[in-house]
Design a protein. Structure first.
Length: 219
């Protein structure tokens, strides 16, 4: 069966949520402007998996109308009853680099205790590239949640602010190899003479994955 806007529309209007998800996935095969118009109503779907798939697809289709997409994403970020969808909204803000939504991410980060939403916000800050994200990443680095710490390290590397180097160096002695691995990646991206001694030490790490990452950045 040939994929067409009409065949996808039939799937999106199906009572079977599995068909609706299939329809969302097939939107990749048609003109983005048409796909964008078809996907908009699905962000309010009664099924959480459909809403999740729809808001995730906006990370690419949202380029068609960034201003309207931002309003849709903001609504899901603040108002969706499911943390998975709210987390996907944060991811999509990062994917679309909607820097004007930084204040929304910051507000939701402090207003929620849901680690999944906080994790997605911290991950999005690296992609977003908003300099004001520095302080929020700095706070996440002090979290008791190892996943938040690990993600903050990665996002510091993406952000590219060399002021993060002094904050990251103490993690060289962390017992979690995944944190040391992300540290090697982040320091490699940040670069500069200040990172070299730490990368050289990480190149001798007991974890081969960490050592190879550090060697890669040392060249």
């Amino acid at each position: 069966m040939t994929t067409s806007p009409e065949s996808i529309k039939q799937l999106l209007h199906s009572e079977d949520f599995g068909d609706r998800i299939k329809g969302i996935n097939e939107l990749r095969n048609i003109e983005p402007a048409i796909a964008y118009e078809l996907i908009k109503p699905l962000n309010q779907d009664e099924n959480v998996r459909v809403r999740y798939a729809a808001i995730s697809q906006l990370a690419t289709l949202g380029q068609v109308n960034r201003e309207e997409s931002l309003e849709i994403i903001r609504d899901r970020l603040y108002n969706d009853p499911e943390s998975d969808v709210r987390a996907a909204a944060a991811d999509t803000i990062g994917g679309l680099k909607l820097t004007q939504a930084f204040s929304d991410l910051k507000k939701v980060y402090y207003d929620t205790s849901d680690w999944l939403i906080q994790f997605s916000i911290i991950a999005a800050l690296g992609e977003l590239g908003h300099e004001e994200g520095f302080e929020l990443l700095k706070e996440a680095l002090k979290s008791d949640n190892v996943l938040l710490q690990t993600t903050a390290i990665s996002s510091f590397g993406e952000l590219g602010n060399k002021n993060a180097i002094d904050l990251l160096l103490p993690f060289i002695d962390n017992t979690d190899w995944q944190i040391r691995h992300r540290l090697a990646q982040a320091l490699g991206k940040l670069g500069g003479e200040k990172t070299q001694a730490t990368l050289m030490k990480l190149a001798q790490d007991e974890s081969n994955i960490v050592a190879e990452e550090a060697k890669y950045h040392l060249g």
